[in-house]
Design a protein around this ligand. Structure first.
Ligand code: ADP
Ligand code: 5GP
Length: 202
């Protein structure tokens, strides 16, 4: 039996999952205990991203090859591109006693929960679609038509929130980060430090 726990973050595109998990992983209390798997995707790399840090960016042919070879714990087509969680990476982390953070879509989350029923599921959302839209516009990582698809999908994904163990509303970043931190600490039995103390000074 592995000692590590799986922690899943899902939520609509633009809700702030990436921003929040980066803060979480940077917290002193969780450093080295909580690790994130790096997914493999066929989506084009954004200017701010780095191969091997944010994702492993591969061709569709390579992705399908890996899928057939059983490389993924789960994989899904999201917004027209493929994304998959590397099976070995996740299982190796768990076997080493690390807690594993997966930032994956709601369908992938269902697959993981079938395999790991004790996974902790956290849903990140904003209080309105208008906020989401504004954020996606500001991030500017998608063309207009792709953004529309992301917003349409968001409506569907939001209905899944009720199946999650926790819902974190990320309107105020500081409050959301603190709430997420507290949830994760409670689940992995790490005593939380004062969130203000562990945040880097602006
Ligand atoms: P996701 O990973 O869920 O798609 P991101 O973390 O990329 O979302 O966040 C989308 C955009 O919104 C980014 O430009 C990010 O800087 C911004 N953002 C995230 N959280 C907040 C917040 N609480 N308030 C304002 N902007 C935010
Ligand atoms: P983005 O393109 O904005 O980075 O991610 C789009 C969506 O794909 C988000 O919901 C994100 O959580 C999800 N995603 C990222 N990696 C994976 C993965 O490995 N598997 C699944 N199922 N979804 C993923």
């Amino acid at each position: 039996m592995s000692r590590g726990k799986i922690i899943i973050l899902s939520g609509p595109s633009g809700a702030g999952k990436t921003t929040l998990y980066k803060k979480l992983l940077a917290s002193r209390r969780l450093r080295g205990k909580l690790v994130k798997t790096i997914s493999i995707t066929t989506r084009p790399m954004r200017p701010c991203e780095r191969n091997g840090r944010d994702y492993f960016f591969v061709s569709r042919k390579m992705f399908m090859h890996k899928k057939t070879a059983g490389h993924f714990l789960e994989s899904e087509k999201v917004f027209g591109n493929y994304y998959g969680t590397p099976q070995k990476q996740a299982r190796d982390f768990l076997a080493a006693g690390k807690h594993v953070l997966l930032c994956i879509d709601v369908k992938g989350a269902r697959t993981v929960c079938r395999k790991f029923p004790r996974a902790v599921k956290i849903f990140i959302k904003t209080s309105s679609l208008a906020i989401l839209k504004k954020r996606l516009r500001k991030r500017g990582s998608e063309a207009g038509s792709v953004m529309d698809v992301r917003l349409e999908t968001a409506r569907r994904e939001l209905r899944e929130a009720k199946h999650y163990d926790y819902v974190v509303v990320n309107d105020n970043l500081h409050k959301a980060a603190r709430k997420l931190y507290k949830i994760v600490c409670s689940k992995i039995q790490a005593k939380p430090e004062s969130w203000n103390k562990i945040q880097p000074k602006p």
